[in-house]
Design a protein around this ligand. Structure first.
Ligand code: 0RA
Length: 659
């Protein structure tokens, strides 16, 4: 197994510190590509030279970007009301096929270029079918770079168009046409099919699509485009398929996100507005949870870093709740105003805007920058939110009461924190007694191992390189923060020592600059309890130190499952898969299974989990906070039924998780 399996199949994923290459060689066929085509291809060569510029990376993220790019074009066609159905198939031979029932990419010859529009669209940069003014106004960020980019980075691409009464096909290799557009048999209806096989010379890390990743994104797309039907089929090893279609759109999205939560009012609030330049949809519902889950999108792109649409929403929401609370005297004269955080405690909200000229900013280009959208969202919601609250006054009352409780708890937490601060508990000068710190003061080189159980802490302390490796033993199960407010968490000594050792503080006060280690590794037993403790630790980090995760400072240490002695040599094997592979070469191998970290001696523990040259350390990546929130609330929350269901559905991936 990989550490990935024990947490979440997708949202929180882990990337190996050492990346292995497993590209199979491709047999490149000669194409009859002539000099006359060279001019057109200059653009695509730029893509091939620097793929990262166009798709972000050539790792798994960039690989999946190819699918998003093709699907985006079909979704654009659907948003313009010409298509209603999209089918994505992960092909047995590693390719991906996307079909829609839109108008079909035009195939007629262009007057100037004398070439089929289809060829132009697929071989010219930034001609992603968006030459029709008005129809395709929505695209941005890395999205919308065009199908030609997918073509450039695919070993092969087959286009099949149905329009003008016929079927039309054209194939490409590494972006170059293999032949002209072929007119096929007569066909009714219209549509576009693009099948492509990612170039293994480009995607050297992997060319394998992840079903979970694709499924998650397509479901999201279906939620964001009410009524659009998206089907996903996997024809690879374990064939499976799903169809996503949500009549309720973002309202269904919120219901879905709240499946394993406990809503405090029955109606999902649904607000929408449209003007000439923009469109706004908001769906929201408060639950008894202590965390907020704010999800925002601009032109179907998840704006992880927020932006002006989120800002407008937050301002309007805080004002609406305070105004309503005051006017109904739920907020008494002596009460201070609700803060934004108080207002959003337990809130799940999806904010989706569609904007004519989106400006994406921020480190990952997922922050909406359009200033006019802030005032548009603010103005719309300043009108619609008070209206909703007035019309649903008993639900509104419950929401404000929940916010008031949040306010009280936050006050109490602040006092508790001040108290502990006075005792210097949370200050880096007073490190926890259990911490065996490293001697280096350079935090960028320092590593903290959070080790489960005292029996492993001893060997870890002796086996480490004390120059840059620190050990913090954690005893037993730490508090499940999913079921407790912060004030309670701060009474938990294990959590306190964690916070102090890491040094950044938590919540609003979190400061990444103060991190005392740039690697924080969770080292737990390779069994059910270990997986549970790891999930508890990750839940805490996710809820209260999310920027630490986002900065990529959090790692999972993967101790081996098996030890095999062959003569003088000792081999450590990570899991059953590795053991099976090992047995092929050594059929007589007699492995011993480690039951816990405590069974390893100092040297073994050092070699397998601590020594940078030999250990397996997986970085925890929060790819999608929305999905991670879902997973954490399912795994750590109250709803036993959905937890069971989740675990059954993902049994293979989370087999080491405590139920
Ligand atoms: C340009 C013009 C027209 C449609 C498209 C592009 C188009 C592109 C894609 C990409 C995937 N699916 C697509 N479906 C349509 C409109 C041509 C007309 O007026 O009929």
């Amino acid at each position: 197994m990989s550490a990935k399996s024990a947490i979440a199949p997708d949202a929180i994923s882990t990337g190996a510190e050492h990346i292995s290459t497993r590209g199979r060689p491709v047999a490149a066929k000669k194409s009859d590509y002539g000099a006359k085509d060279i001019k057109v291809l200059e653009g695509l060569e730029a893509v091939q030279r620097r793929p990262g510029m166009y798709i972000g990376s050539t790792g798994p993220k960039g690989l999946h970007h190819l699918i998003w790019e093709v699907v985006d074009n079909s979704v654009d066609e659907a948003m313009a009301d010409f298509a209603s159905r999209i089918e994505v198939t992960l092909l047995e031979d590693g390719g991906c096929r996307v079909t829609d029932n839109g108008r079909g990419i035009p195939v007629a010859q262009h007057a100037k270029t004398k070439e089929s529009a289809l060829t132009t669209v697929l071989t010219t940069l930034h001609a992603g079918g968006k030459f029709e003014q008005g129809a395709y106004t929505v695209s941005g960020g890395l999205h919308g770079v065009g199908v030609s980019v997918v073509n450039a980075l695919s070993a092969r691409l087959d286009a099949r168009i149905v329009r003008d009464g016929f079927e039309w096909t054209q194939s490409f290799e590494k972006g170059k046409p293999v032949g002209k557009v072929e007119k096929g048999k007569a066909a009714k209806r219209t549509g576009t099919t693009i099948a492509f096989w990612p170039d293994e010379d480009v995607f050297t890390e992997t060319t394998e699509f992840s079903y979970a990743t694709v499924s998650h994104r397509l479901r999201e797309m279906a939620f964001l485009n009410a009524g659009l039907e998206i089907r996903l089929a996997d024809e690879r090893e374990e064939a499976k398929s799903e169809t996503f279609m949500y009549k309720g759109g973002v309202v269904d999205f919120v219901k879905h996100l709240n499946t394993s939560k406990d809503p405090i009012h029955s109606h999902v609030i649904s607000l929408s507005d449209v003007n000439d330049d923009a469109e706004l949809e908001v769906a929201m519902q408060w639950t008894s949870a202590y965390s907020e889950n704010v999800l925002s999108f601009a032109n179907n792109i998840h704006t992880h870093e927020g932006g002006t649409h989120e800002e407008g929403f937050r301002t309007a929401l805080t004002k609406a709740l305070n105004d309503f609370g005051r006017s109904k005297n739920i907020l008494k004269e002596k009460d201070v105003n609700l803060s934004g955080e108080d207002a959003r405690e337990g809130l799940t909200v999806v904010i989706s805007v569609k904007v004519r000229n989106p400006q994406f900013e921020g480190q990952t280009k997922t922050k909406l920058g359009n200033t006019e959208i802030r005032s548009y969202v603010l103005k719309s919601l300043n009108r619609m939110l008070p209206e909703w609250l007035e019309r649903h006054s008993s639900e509104a009352r419950r929401i404000i009461e929940k916010s008031l409780q949040a306010q009280k708890a936050r006050d109490a937490a602040r006092k508790a924190r001040d108290l502990t601060r006075r005792k210097s508990l949370l200050e880096s000068s007073a490190l926890p007694g259990k911490l065996a710190d490293c001697s280096s003061k350079d935090s960028s080189l320092s590593e903290l191992f959070i080790v489960e159980g005292d029996s492993a802490a001893g060997p870890a302390k002796r086996g480490r390189d004390s120059e840059f490796q620190a050990i913090l033993p954690i005893r037993g199960k730490i508090l499940n923060v999913e079921k407790a407010r912060l004030v309670k968490a701060l009474q938990n000594t294990e959590i306190l020592s964690l916070i102090t050792a890491i040094g950044t503080g938590i919540g609003e006060e979190f400061d990444l600059e103060k991190a005392r280690y740039h690697k924080v590794a969770l080292l737990t037993d390779a069994d059910v309890d270990g997986a549970h403790i790891r999930t508890l630790l990750l839940t805490f980090l996710f809820r209260h130190m999310k920027p630490l995760l986002e900065a990529g400072y959090v790692y999972i240490s993967v101790p081996p499952f098996y030890r095999v002695k062959i003569g003088k040599n000792v081999h450590y094997l990570a899991d059953d898969e590795e053991l099976a592979a090992f047995r092929k070469d050594h059929p007589k191998a007699k492995p011993t299974r480690f039951k816990g970290l405590g069974e390893m001696n100092d040297n073994e523990l050092a070699v397998t989990t601590m020594d940078p040259a030999t250990r397996t350390l997986l970085r925890v990546e929060v790819e999608d906070a929305a999905y991670a929130d879902e997973i954490f609330s399912i795994l750590m929350g109250e709803d036993v039924a959905s937890r069971k269901k989740f675990i059954q559905q993902n049994a293979k991936d989370i087999r080491f998780l405590d139920i």
